[in-house]
Design a protein around this ligand. Structure first.
Ligand SMILES: Cc1cc2nc3c(=O)[nH]c(=O)nc-3n(C[C@H](O)[C@H](O)[C@H](O)COP(=O)(O)OP(=O)(O)OC[C@H]3O[C@@H](n4cnc5c(N)ncnc54)[C@H](O)[C@@H]3O)c2cc1C
Length: 322
C-alpha cells in the first residue's frame, strides 16, 4: 500500500466500484479499492441481462472484472471493511477495520444495498435458484410456468401483474390480510390472478427448485418459482455519515455523473440509483470515474496556476525588457 495520498479511494469492489477503478486506472490515477467482497447477487445462480455476459455465474463475472482492472499498475486492492470516513481540508481520511488508515483526494462509494428477505421457512435454500425478487433478472427462466408472488398491498399487486409478461399462471400469496384496495383486487381478477391470504408456513422443494407453497391452513400450492417483494437498505452508513443527501426511496441523491452534494464524494451503483442492474452499476461506476478524473485534473491545473509566479505589470521575472 502506498503511504501517500491516493487520487481516489473506492469503497466496494462490485460492478460499480470495479468499473470506476478501470476508468481511473486508464487515466493513470492512483486508486485503492477496499472491499469486503460481499456482492448483493452472491446467491444468484446466473447473472442475466448483461450484454455479452447473459447468464454468467456472478462470481465468475467479478473474477473477469478484477483480472481486467489488475492490468492497470496504479490500481491497488485491499480486502477490508471501511468503517469510517471523514472530510479533511484536502479530501478524505479513511479508516479500515483493524485500524489501517488512508488519505485520498476523492472518494467513490460503491457499497451497494442489502435486501430484506421475508422470514419464511425454506426460502433461503431456494433463494437465487427458484425464489427471486426481480422479474427482469429472472423472469425469462420461468416463462410459461406456474408462479407465486409473495407480497402485500400495492407492491404485491404490482409484482404479480408484472409477472403476467412471463406467465399467465400467477398466484399472489399475501401471507395474511392482503392490504389490497378494491381497485387492485379488480385489476388482479381482471388479469386472472388468484389471491391467497392464508399465512405462508414454508416453501418446499429440492435441489434449489421450488415444488410447493405450504400455508398454515388450506391446500398447498404447487409452483415452480416464487418472486417476492422486498425492502432494502444501504449496506454501508458511510454516505450518511459524510452528510450525503438521500432521496425518498433511501438511495443517495446523485446528480451529474454520480457526484453528491458533498464536495469530492461520488456514489455509484445500487447505493445511488433506482434501476438496480449490474450493467447500470457498471455504467455508473464508469461515469463516476470520468467525473473524478476531470475534477482531479481541474484541481491539479488550479494548483499549478497558483504556484506559478504571476506576471507583474511593473516588471518582475516575466517582464518584457524593451
Ligand atoms: C439474488 C439477486 C439476483 C440478481 N440478479 C441480477 C441479474 O440477473 N442481473 C442484473 O443485472 N442484476 C441482478 N441483481 C442486481 C445486482 O446484484 C446489483 O444491481 C449489482 O450487484 C449492483 O452492483 P454494486 O457494485 O452497486 O453493488 P454490489 O454488487 O452489492 O457490491 C458492493 C460491494 O461493496 C462492498 N462493501 C459494502 N460496504 C463496504 C464497506 N464499508 N467496506 C468495504 N467494502 C464494502 C460489498 O462487500 C460488495 O463487494 C441481482 C440481485 C440479487 C440480490
Amino acid at each position: 500500500m502506498t503511504a501517500g495520498v491516493y487520487d481516489c479511494l473506492i469503497v466496494g469492489g462490485g460492478p460499480a466500484g470495479l468499473s470506476g477503478a478501470l476508468m481511473l486506472g486508464r487515466c493513470r490515477r492512483s486508486v485503492l479499492v477496499c472491499s469486503t467482497g460481499e456482492p448483493r447477487n452472491a446467491r444468484s445462480a446466473g447473472l442475466h441481462g448483461y450484454l455479452t455476459r447473459d447468464g454468467i455465474d456472478p462470481t465468475g463475472f467479478l473474477g473477469l472484472a478484477r483480472d481486467e482492472v489488475q492490468r492497470y499498475p496504479s490500481v491497488e486492492f485491499l480486502q477490508a471493511e471501511v468503517v469510517d470516513a471523514r472530510r479533511t481540508s484536502t479530501g478524505f481520511a479513511i479508516t479500515c477495520a483493524g485500524g489501517l488508515q488512508f488519505t485520498t483526494r476523492k472518494l467513490l462509494l460503491a457499497t451497494g444495498v442489502v435486501d430484506e428477505i421475508p422470514d419464511i421457512d425454506g426460502l433461503m435454500e431456494l433463494y437465487g435458484k427458484s425464489v427471486h425478487h426481480c422479474p427482469y433478472c429472472d423472469g425469462w427462466e420461468w416463462r410459461d410456468q406456474p408462479l407465486a408472488v409473495y407480497g402485500r398491498g400495492e407492491a404485491g399487486s404490482a409484482l404479480a401483474l408484472a409477472l403476467t409478461v412471463w406467465s399467465d399462471d400467477v398466484v399472489l400469496c399475501t401471507g395474511g390480510t392482503s392490504g389490497l384496495s378494491e381497485k387492485e383486487e379488480e385489476g388482479l381478477a381482471n388479469a386472472g390472478i388468484e389471491v391467497r391470504e392464508e399465512p405462508v408456513e414454508r416453501l418446499e422443494g429440492q435441489d434449489g427448485l421450488l415444488e410447493r407453497v405450504v400455508f398454515s391452513e388450506g391446500e398447498a400450492l404447487k409452483r415452480k418459482a416464487l418472486f417476492f417483494c422486498s425492502g432494502q437498505h444501504q449496506r454501508s452508513p458511510l454516505a450518511e455519515k459524510l452528510g450525503a443527501r438521500f432521496n425518498e426511496k433511501g438511495a443517495v441523491d446523485t446528480g451529474t455523473c454520480e457526484a453528491t452534494n458533498v464536495p469530492g464524494l461520488y456514489v455509484a451503483g445500487d447505493a445511488s440509483k433506482q434501476a438496480q442492474f449490474v450493467i447500470v452499476a457498471a455504467a455508473e461506476g464508469s461515469e463516476a470515474g470520468m467525473a473524478i478524473n476531470t475534477a482531479l485534473l481541474k484541481d491539479d491545473l488550479a494548483q499549478k496556476r497558483n504556484s506559478t509566479p504571476k506576471r507583474s505589470k511593473r516588471g518582475g521575472p516575466y517582464a518584457k525588457s524593451g
